[in-house]
Design a protein around this ligand. Structure first.
Ligand code: PLP
Length: 367
């Protein structure tokens, strides 16, 4: 490490203690089930190794990833954990999965056949599609295969399905998926079952079955939008001010001059941009407000387009001592939680987290 802290313009802090607390909170919501953890996409941007290490120490034993490369990283940290690869079995990858004892979540007859040939009875999971139409056997295929003995040769460790809209209060699609999965569950009385993602833990109509699969809520995302967030914040992002300036009424600011000062304004340019994962859709355009940052406890709007490495703030209302060269502003943290920040950038918290760039001073606390 040649870079000193002073050289970093932005800091990403990940609270592993809060992550573990969130995992425990979700476990308590499904007391009869085992609570797993979804750590795909580099642990939702939080870093797969520290995330897995903290959860594994806390007693988490089942991890879900999307890619084999991610499974490999989990295996190095958690030698005896069960690892499921949600994206299934890519052609020719059975040996790679076997070599790290990872279990593919099989979603088609082709995948089942290939695992049967190469997998030599090693444990796997199957994915039943109950409405997403993305991955998995449909209900008829699952029934036919099970009735015809087409799954008998598999060492089935888990039967799972995935909600399309568990976070939408009262969505009838969720009810239909719960019923479909109950029917499938009856076909596999002796196999472990898994249905709940983060938001699923907060539904009263869905049984928890044997194993749950939270992702987003572990990392502090709100699993019940429009209600107060029950999770502890895990991620915070702070960036430093590079310079400030005063501009007169009518001044055009940023690329293509898409924001104009109304009256005399004080601006601050901060050391963070879309290459650090802050979406360009958070730009502050005339008549179309974008993201905000906290300077002290004052919310300051973004003005002009978000640049690759820089964002400009209107800090007129903030304390001039804080809104000064070298001063630190908060992009995520405090009242600016991940969901609110994502909304201001016209996206979802999932995308915000998984896009967090690699240029931060990454600091891990707690855990
Ligand atoms: C990503 C994913 C999850 C986790 O969902 P969250 O909403 O982040 O809790 C669970 N199951 C599957 C199949 C997934 O792809």
């Amino acid at each position: 490490m040649s870079e000193t802290t002073a050289e970093f313009g932005a800091t990403l802090t990940i609270d592993l203690g809060a992550l573990v607390d969130n995992w425990r909170l979700l476990s308590r919501r499904a007391p009869r089930a085992e609570c797993g953890a979804v750590v795909k996409a580099d642990g939702y941007g939080c870093g797969i190794e520290p995330v897995v290490a903290a959860l594994y120490r806390a007693g988490c034993h089942s991890f879900f990833v999307a890619h084999i490369s991610e499974a490999r990283r989990v295996r190095r940290i958690a030698p005896d954990a069960i690892i499921y690869v949600l994206n299934g079995l890519l052609p020719g990858t059975a040996d790679a999965l076997l070599s790290i004892d990872a279990r593919p979540v099989l979603g088609s007859r082709e995948e089942i056949d290939e695992w049967d040939k190469r997998g030599r009875q090693r444990p796997c999971a199957i994915h039943i599609d109950t409405g997403m139409n993305r991955l998995g056997l449909n209900l008829a295929e699952a029934r036919d295969l099970q009735a015809g003995g087409g799954l008998d040769m598999l060492a089935l460790g888990l039967v799972m399905s995935h909600f399309t809209s568990a976070e939408v209060d009262g969505d009838p699609a969720t009810r239909r998926q719960v019923f479909s999965f109950a029917e499938i569950a009856d076909l596999f009385p002796d196999v472990s079952k898994s249905l709940l993602n983060s938001s699923g833990h907060f539904l009263d109509i869905a049984p928890a079955y044997d194993l749950t699969r939270p992702g987003y809520a572990l990392y502090g995302g709100n699993p019940i939008p429009h209600q107060p967030n029950p999770m502890n914040p895990v991620v915070s992002v702070k960036a430093r001010i590079i310079q400030t300036r005063d501009v007169p009424d009518g001044t055009a600011v940023g690329y293509n001059g898409r924001w104009h000062a109304r009256g005399r304004r004080r601006l601050a340019t901060i050391h963070l941009g879309y290459a650090d994962g802050y979406p360009r859709n958070g730009s502050g355009i005339d008549m179309l407000p974008g993201g905000q940052a906290l300077v002290g406890d004052v919310l300051c709007p973004f003005v002009g387009t978000v640049s690759m490495d820089l964002i400009i703030l209107d800090v007129t209302e903030a304390s001039p001592t804080l809104a000064a060269r070298g001063g630190e502003v908060t992009l995520i943290g405090g009242e600016l939680d991940v969901d609110r920040v994502a909304q201001a950038a016209k996206t979802v918290g999932y995308e915000m987290l998984t896009n967090l760039g690699r240029r931060y001073n990454r600091v891990y606390v707690g855990g």
